[in-house]
Design a protein around this ligand. Structure first.
Ligand SMILES: Nc1ncnc2c1ncn2[C@@H]1O[C@H](COP(=O)(O)OP(=O)(O)OP(=O)(O)O)[C@@H](O)[C@H]1O
Length: 314
């Protein structure tokens, strides 16, 4: 494995009320990657980030960041980590520039006006530097949160739902921003409900549910392993049974024989090839079809399948 920047072993957190938010989490983050942590509400994403960033006291397990045990070398670890939390938190009456500069100072970094300017410019906040935060739009406030997290040049950045509640344009802006950070060598862990975000940005994806990691893999590997093709042939006239030539394909009839549905493949193109073969075979056998819709499964389908499957397995 390439140089881990973060290594989490057997991490547990049971809150005082008795809720177990983390139930033996093992997770390794590689230096320089973008890692997306996906999971439904209450899965434990924020608790996991909180444990690494010092807001949550784990009840078991171990976290190493930059090769250091964070329980023992907390101070030197913390200054190398940035966090953009889910909730906006700042002095609303303060001005943008001052808040960001202050954040840098909080981590014991010497003042560096050039760096602050660079951060503000990269987030299109330079023109707003003298604006009071309360006068900014929600999306702009979110950018200030990111600027604050970047002001001390962290090597490892956590973004907890960075684009929750922002419009599509701003979301794309943020994706670009995250890409730029990756180019600078910053390792990024983001949590999201937006599967398209993971699909667009991440090198690897982890799925967490009920405090347990269900799956961690490269995004492309997940698609190849769990991806599926779905095709609907609209039949005219309808069929009352499947033709013999379909017996080696994962197909069935729906809609009282008006649709022949294929669900299969493996995300490597096999599904598309099967569907093309089926279409040719149907034409040869004079099975009439007047429409064909195909689609490849998205990470979202895979994610839903995975959670459903776990429910059944229980
Ligand atoms: N301070 C707390 N005290 C008690 N229980 C908590 C606390 N914080 C979180 N929990 C519980 O721990 C579980 C995990 O919560 P967490 O916020 O980590 O999930 P999440 O995956 O980040 O969810 P979301 O996507 O909704 O933000 C939930 O059942 C939540 O109610």
């Amino acid at each position: 494995m390439t140089d881990p920047i973060l290594d989490i072993r057997g991490l547990e957190k049971t809150y005082k009320g008795g809720v177990t938010a983390l139930d033996g989490v093992d997770l390794t983050i590689r230096r320089g990657e973008i890692f997306a942590l996906l999971g439904p509400n209450g899965a434990g994403k924020t608790t996991l980030i909180g444990a690494v960033c010092g807001m949550v006291n784990p009840t078991g397990g171990r976290i190493e960041a930059f090769g250091l045990d964070i329980a023992k070398q907390w101070k030197s670890v913390r200054r190398r980590i940035g966090l953009v939390p889910q909730e906006l938190s700042f002095d609303m009456f303060d001005k943008v520039h001052r808040q960001v500069r202050y954040s840098r100072g909080m981590f014991g970094c010497p003042p560096n006006e050039a760096r602050i300017e660079e951060v503000l410019r990269s987030l299109s906040l330079w023109d707003k530097r003298n604006t009071e935060i309360r006068a900014l739009s929600g999306g702009m406030k979110r950018r200030v949160m990111i600027a604050k997290a970047l002001a001390h040049d962290p090597e490892l950045l956590f973004l907890d739902e960075p684009t929750a509640g922002v419009d599509v344009e701003l979301r794309r802006d943020m994706w670009r921003q995250i890409d730029m950070l990756r180019e600078r060598g910053v390792t990024i862990v983001l949590t999201t409900h937006y599967i398209e975000e993971a699909e667009e940005m991440a090198d690897r994806v982890g799925v967490i549910n009920k405090g347990r990691i269900l799956l961690v893999d490269g995004k492309d590997a997940i698609m190849a392993k769990l991806g599926r093709t779905e095709a609907h042939f609209t039949l005219d006239p309808p069929l009352d049974r499947l033709p013999a030539f379909t017996k080696n394909y994962p197909v069935h009839l729906e809609g009282g024989g008006t649709r022949l549905v294929y669900r299969g493949g493996d995300g490597t193109g096999k599904g598309k090839r099967d569907v093309a073969e089926l279409a040719q075979a149907m034409t040869r056998a004079n099975v009439g079809f007047v429409g064909l819709d195909t689609r490849e499964s998205t990470l979202e389908d895979i994610f839903v399948d995975l959670l459903e499957h776990r429910k059944e397995a229980r």
